[in-house]
Design a protein around this ligand. Structure first.
Ligand SMILES: Cc1cc2nc3c(=O)[nH]c(=O)nc-3n(C[C@H](O)[C@H](O)[C@H](O)COP(=O)(O)OP(=O)(O)OC[C@H]3O[C@@H](n4cnc5c(N)ncnc54)[C@H](O)[C@@H]3O)c2cc1C
Length: 510
């Protein structure tokens, strides 16, 4: 390192204009008021990855932070509402369950609801009367009947017991954010970066150079260049940690099809012989794709599987994609932070990539440095992001590993593979007494874990002894009442299609 004082961050350069680039630009545009110039460089010739249409509820916070009018944003992006993800054929062929964005039942005197349900369902004579734990989740019941309304803030109301996310056209979302960012002062440069200028003294990036000779200098660089990882991976050489041995899917083929029915308020993920197929309903079309492991199926067969399972003829040619599950060892190196696919990728099973972009942005905003390589901030950022990637990784692995499927080499591999000890410990705790201890800062709530663990067929051997404090008859009446209220509330909600029509109908759907 030279003895020169490091320059303050006055120019931020964002490389890439996909979802990651424009989300980052829209959020960082706030900095322009603090005298920081924000520039985004993107290349139409290279284009974007062009997938990423399903989100999770945390996006509500991001949109709120940006002051986005939700109905306008939904109309502009052809968006529908999403109450969860339906998993078909995962625990076994013929099985299905929903991972809902909502809570199950209501805790009683500090005893978790699912423990009360577990205890009642295990009591002789009451088996069958308590139903499935999903009967006690409003998001689940509303999704199953194709209904939607926005939740209410009053915590006492059953209508406050769920959240929601969106399915949208990712390129239109990026365009929508571009409008906000440019309006707030972000400068956009169209062009292809061909060289990254790294200082020989401190190893920091000084500038990126474009094919036409233009140069963009800065003190802080955000790498949103997608799988290329132009700055963090290529230029700074930060190694990639592969998790492919746990998440063997490494390819996808995506294809849109026409809508033939009212859009469902949930994503569908159907397990196949060497991966799974997604179905994402937008207002104006359906997004489909097949995520698969190339070690277990070839590209032609994988493409045929998605084309054979469309509801309607394809609207475009199938588009192949390749990836490796994993993350860069450090997401902030020197004066460069990778956000989005440039930093890492965990396949789209739980729609977490856009969330991880958001998390990178939020943490950058809360640790924004006065000089690019800020050592303390960088260390904390890397710790938090790595932890978050690992937590998401474990949750996704659970779906593959906890299966009874024996019908293909792929499922035999996933079922019998060694899993991270962090996940092993979680499963052991659940298996014994249905306990879930949420990780610090963990993205997935107890209710998410409950839905997926139960959905994947892992029923605990016993329940928490605290649940025995509630008299059996009283607990029975409590469950009956809750189930009834939830069923009636779901039935009274508007149909999803009608809610869209009266709030956020898109011209794209005309
Ligand atoms: C099969 C699949 C399905 C997915 N589904 C989901 C989902 O349902 N939900 C979800 O949250 N996420 C999903 N994702 C992830 C999601 O697509 C990405 O997280 C999101 O699109 C962000 O991508 P990005 O902006 O990082 O990269 P990209 O979209 O690839 O953008 C990269 C940008 O960098 C620019 N660039 C690259 N090189 C240069 C250069 N040399 N000069 C100038 N510009 C350059 C490109 O032009 C482009 O603008 C999915 C991903 C895959 C592969």
């Amino acid at each position: 390192m030279s003895g020169e004082p490091l320059p303050p961050v006055k120019r931020v350069v964002i490389v890439g204009g996909g979802t990651a680039g424009w989300m980052t630009a829209a959020a960082l545009s706030r900095l322009t008021d603090a005298g920081v110039a924000v520039t985004l460089i993107e290349s139409e010739e290279i284009g974007t990855v062009g997938v990423g249409e399903a989100t999770i509820p945390s996006l509500l916070d991001f949109n709120r932070y940006l002051g986005i009018d939700e109905d306008a944003f939904m109309a502009a992006t052809g968006a529908t509402f999403k109450l969860g993800i339906e998993f078909v054929d995962w625990a076994d062929r013929g099985d299905r369950y929903l991972h809902p964005f909502g809570i199950h039942g209501r805790d009683v005197h500090g005893v978790k609801f699912h423990q009360i349900w577990l205890r009642q369902s295990r009591l002789a004579g009451r088996m069958g009367q308590v139903g499935n734990v999903s009967d006690y989740c409003l998001a689940n019941q509303a999704a199953a009947s194709g209904r939607f309304t926005r939740p209410v803030p009053d915590p006492a109301a059953v209508l406050s017991s769920f959240s929601y996310a969106f399915h949208f056209d990712a390129s239109l979302y990026a365009r929508f954010l571009r409008g906000l960012a440019e309006e707030a002062g972000v400068q956009r440069i169209e062009g292809k970066i061909v060289h990254v200028d790294i200082a020989s003294d401190d190893g920091c990036i000084r500038a990126v150079e474009l094919a036409d000779g233009r140069r963009a200098e800065g003190e802080l660089f955000i790498d949103c260049s997608g799988f290329r990882s132009l700055l963090l991976g290529d230029a700074l050489g930060v190694p990639f940690t592969s998790w492919q041995h746990w998440l063997p899917c490494d390819r996808a083929v995506a294809v849109p099809s026409a809508s033939t029915s009212a859009p469902l308020p949930y994503t569908r993920a159907t397990a196949d012989s060497a991966g799974w197929r997604w179905r994402i309903p937008l207002q104006h079309r359906v997004g489909n794709g097949h995520v698969y492991a190339s070690a277990f199926i070839d590209d032609d067969e994988a493409t045929a599987k998605i084309l054979d399972n469309l509801d309607a003829p394809p609207l475009d040619a199938p588009r192949p994609l390749r990836f490796t599950a994993g993350v860069r060892e450090r997401l902030w190196e020197r004066n460069c932070i990778a956000i989005g696919l440039a930093g890492g990728f965990l396949e789209p099973l739980e729609s977490t990539s856009i969330h991880l972009i958001q998390s990178g942005i939020t943490r950058l905003m809360s640790l924004f440095p006065d000089t690019g390589p800020a050592i303390a901030e960088r260390k904390e950022y890397n710790r938090l992001l790595r932890q978050e990637y690992e937590q998401v990784r474990d949750f996704v692995i659970l779906h593959y590993h906890r299966t009874n499927r024996t019908d293909s080499d792929f499922w035999n591999y996933c079922r019998t593979m060694a899993i991270p000890t962090t996940l092993e410990d979680k499963i052991a705790l659940w298996r014994a007494k249905g306990r879930i201890i949420r990780d610090q800062g963990g993205l997935f709530s107890d209710d998410s874990w409950i839905a997926v663990l139960m959905g994947q067929g892992l029923i605990p051997q016993s329940h928490d002894p605290l649940a025995d404090a509630l008299p059996i008859e009283e607990a029975g009446r409590f469950l009956d009442h809750l189930r009834d209220v939830i069923a009636r509330t779901a039935a009274a909600m508007p149909r999803h299609i009608d809610f869209i029509a009266s709030h956020c109908r898109s011209d794209l759907a005309a």
